[in-house]
Design a protein around this ligand. Structure first.
Ligand code: SF4
Ligand code: SF4
Length: 310
């Protein structure tokens, strides 16, 4: 919905009938995680909250806060790429009767890829870039219309781009959560923050009957039946394992003490409330809509293809 509204906005700004400007959905900035990372650096270094893509930084902070609270629930309950990935895997199951998984060592190796990609961005933005450079980047015309450039990338997609997307679709049909498991640096970052979460999937070994239903249900191939508490940064808080456990009070998504367990219904309700409150506060406090004028958009959008980041 945000994508469609954003296309309408760009068309209304750049089209012949520029009198009827459609409003720009600020949520489109969720698709600019690198800009959000630079904005975070600038905020920490300069104490100035980004006014070019404030919604991008707020969504980034909301995702991190959610991870610290309830594991990587952003990935399993909110992220549209996660939803797409799950849908493709289900399709693969129907088509081929099963999804495949890689042998242990290639799996370990490939799982480290997303951390390498994350380390590259963290090193580049938090080590090589100083506060002044981060602030200067945020003000560049390139960053101002980074969302438009992203749209143009998909509108005028190259042969290489199409091949990569088709390759990812095929791999996601064959291997469950291929993108999330091996390549997504955003998920890698949230996974690291999620290790701080006090809520974890906790197994009671006394009542557990070792049926392995929890491990079979886990989309991230975690051996829940062998763990007492699931610490893994791969856990996306989907609670499929908890729902599948046949023995009551044996597997819970719980605090260490005092017990306050959540099931899929209460967790999803909590996530919705958290998200609405976080975004609502961002809107009411002026950290959502950017201050870019329509005149500047009109000037920059036709130049989008010529704008580079420096
Ligand atoms: S099934 Fe359980 S262990 Fe696996 S990702 Fe979901 S919540 Fe985490
Ligand atoms: S599903 Fe429940 S009973 Fe079965 S192995 Fe997992 S925790 Fe134990």
């Amino acid at each position: 919905m945000i994508g469609v509204q954003f296309i309408r906005f760009v068309n209304s700004v750049s089209g012949a009938d520029a009198q009827q400007i459609t409003s720009r959905p600020a949520g489109v900035e969720a698709f600019l995680p690198i800009s959000a990372l630079v904005a975070l650096k600038s905020w920490i270094a300069n104490g100035v909250f980004d006014q070019i893509h404030p919604a991008g930084l707020m969504i980034f902070l909301a995702a991190i806060s959610l991870s610290i609270l309830w594991k990587r629930v952003f990935c399993s309950w909110i992220c549209p790429f996660g939803t797409l990935s799950e849908g493709l895997a289900l399709w693969g199951q129907k088509l081929l009767g099963r999804n495949f998984s890689l042998p242990r060592w290639p799996d370990y190796f490939l799982r480290s890829l997303k951390y390498f990609i994350l380390a590259f961005f963290i090193f580049f933005i938090f080590v090589l870039m100083d506060g002044a450079a981060a602030y200067a980047f945020l003000q560049t015309p390139y960053n101002i219309i980074a969302d438009v450039k992203m749209l143009n990338f998909f509108k005028n997609i190259s042969g290489i781009g199409i091949s990569v997307i088709i390759g990812l679709i095929i791999l996601s049909i064959l291997i469950r959560n291929f993108w999330c498991r091996y390549l997504c640096p955003y998920g890698a970052l949230l996974g690291l923050f999620s290790m701080l979460s006090p809520w974890k999937v906790r197994r009671n070994p006394t009542s557990c009957i070792s049926c392995t239903k929890c491990s079979i249900a886990c989309p991230n191939q975690i051996r829940v039946d062998k763990a007492l508490n699931v610490w893994s940064p791969e856990c996306s808080g989907c609670l499929n394992c908890v729902e599948e456990c046949p023995v009551s009070d044996t597997l819970k998504f719980d605090l260490p003490k005092p017990s306050f367990s959540l099931n899929q219904k209460t967790l999803s309700l909590g996530i919705i409330i958290f998200w609405i409150v976080f975004i609502g506060v961002a809107k009411l406090s002026g950290h959502w809509e950017n201050g870019i004028s329509i005149e500047l958009y009109k000037k920059l959008i036709p130049l989008a293809e010529q704008l580079n980041h420096f």
